[in-house]
Ligand binder design. Structure first.
Ligand SMILES: [Zn+2]
Length: 154
């Protein structure tokens, strides 16, 4: 016969399972097989749950760190040009920004993957190409003129 708790085969005259110590109930091998099948189902459900969890974690990580063309999160912060102690741009995560020579709160966003669009309080906008953001160095290009800015000072 088999132990009702752990399913191990035990001698027919046992009072307790020698393996787990459970008092013996007389169980047919059929119900032991059922118990094993149930355990198998639990394992499958567990594996699926772990898989779903891993996918969710990847989705969250991707949304935090973004894809290659997602510049917006990298742009949030203060950017300084090489020869100026005051920040040239301050980009806020709510889409507003401060720009050195423009008064008041301006708006910023990234359009067409790599175009930094700055809009002033009068609705005038200008667009620069984001050439790269590497090691906290932002390279902006206007036509054939490129400028570098450094995040939070050099
Ligand atoms: Zn047992």
């Amino acid at each position: 016969m088999f132990c009702g708790n752990c399913g191990k085969k035990i001698p027919d005259d046992s009072m307790f399972c020698p393996d787990c110590g459970t008092p013996v109930k007389r169980v047919s091998s059929q119900s032991v097989q059922k118990a094993e099948a149930k355990n198998k189902n639990h394992k499958i459900v567990g594996i699926i749950a772990v898989g779903v969890l891993i996918v969710l974690i990847l989705v969250v990580l991707f949304s935090i760190f973004g894809g290659g063309s997602n510049y917006e999160k990298k742009l949030v912060g203060e950017w300084y040009s090489e020869d100026n102690d005051d920040p040239e741009f301050i980009f806020y995560s709510d889409g507003t920004c401060e720009i050195d020579n423009w008064s008041g709160a301006c708006k910023w966003n990234v359009v067409n993957d790599d175009q930094l669009k700055l809009t002033d309080i009068w609705g005038e906008s200008r667009t620069s190409t984001i050439e790269s953001i590497k090691n906290n160095c932002l390279t902006l290009r206007d036509g054939d003129r490129a400028a570098e800015y450094y995040k939070n000072g050099k």
